[in-house]
Design a protein around this ligand. Structure first.
Ligand code: E4P
Length: 227
């Protein structure tokens, strides 16, 4: 399973990149607005930091204008994946861009029918939003299961499923159980994935016991004694 980080916060991206756990980045206009700086240089900086796909979203609503915006975004770096919304125009733009070899992430997917169309349009990625479905009382993770099952029936579909709108670690675990290709995870949820009170308590207890021994593994005299 690949992990993308779902943020436009360059400091958070750099910090997580250094862990070696992050395979890509997703942004959207809301996240870009939160970053509060010029969009194109922001995407340039993110692409310089992460070698995997970096999603940058168009803001036009008509296919022709989406394609023009997409070409500018794709020109920023070879690892840009252009995000288009799952509308009729977005699907038209996806087909045109994919035919030109540009990676497209079709976003705002809320139904299996939409996901089928994204694959037919040649999308490199489709982003079903689990959290926003949960928010309205639907079962977001059922959409992931449905899309994975449907795509599995058609080996010719090469679209990867990005589980998006992830709100907590259980979303990631459930997505992994289903076998989703990618989860895009906000930095605070990534933090929650490794934090565990029993881990912290265990580390504290081990360190307290070790301190009683009065030794250091880094002390050169330990190595000399062995020799
Ligand atoms: C990622 O591609 C999406 O834009 C993002 O996951 C949306 O998350 P939200 O529903 O928490 O805004």
């Amino acid at each position: 399973m690949k992990f993308f980080i779902d943020t436009a916060d360059i400091d958070a991206i750099r910090a997580w990149q250094s862990t070696g756990l992050i395979d890509g980045v997703t942004t959207n206009p809301t996240l870009a607005a939160k970053a509060g700086r010029a969009f194109i240089p922001l995407i340039e900086d993110i692409c310089a930091c992460i070698s995997g796909p970096v999603s940058a979203e168009v803001t036009a609503t008509e296919a022709e204008v989406m394609v023009r915006e997409a070409r500018i975004l794709a020109g920023i770096a070879p690892n840009v994946a252009v995000k288009v919304p799952l509308t009729r125009d977005g699907l038209r733009a996806c087909r045109a861009l994919s035919d030109d070899g540009i990676q497209v992430n079709v976003t705002l997917c809320f139904s299996p029918a939409q996901a089928i169309l994204a694959a037919k349009a040649g999308a490199a990625f489709v982003s079903p939003f689990v959290g926003r479905l949960d928010d309205i009382g639907a079962r977001g993770m059922e959409l992931i299961a449905d899309v994975m099952e449907i795509y599995g029936n058609y080996p010719a579909f090469s679209t990867e499923v990005i589980v998006a709108s992830v709100r907590h670690p259980v979303h990631v675990v459930e997505a992994a159980r289903i076998g989703a290709d990618i989860a895009t995870v906000p930095p605070d949820v990534l933090d929650k994935m490794y934090n565990h009170p029993l881990t912290d308590r265990g580390v504290d207890a081990f360190l307290a016991d070790w301190a009683g021994l009065g030794q250091s593994i880094l002390d050169p005299s330990n190595t000399e004694t062995r020799a």
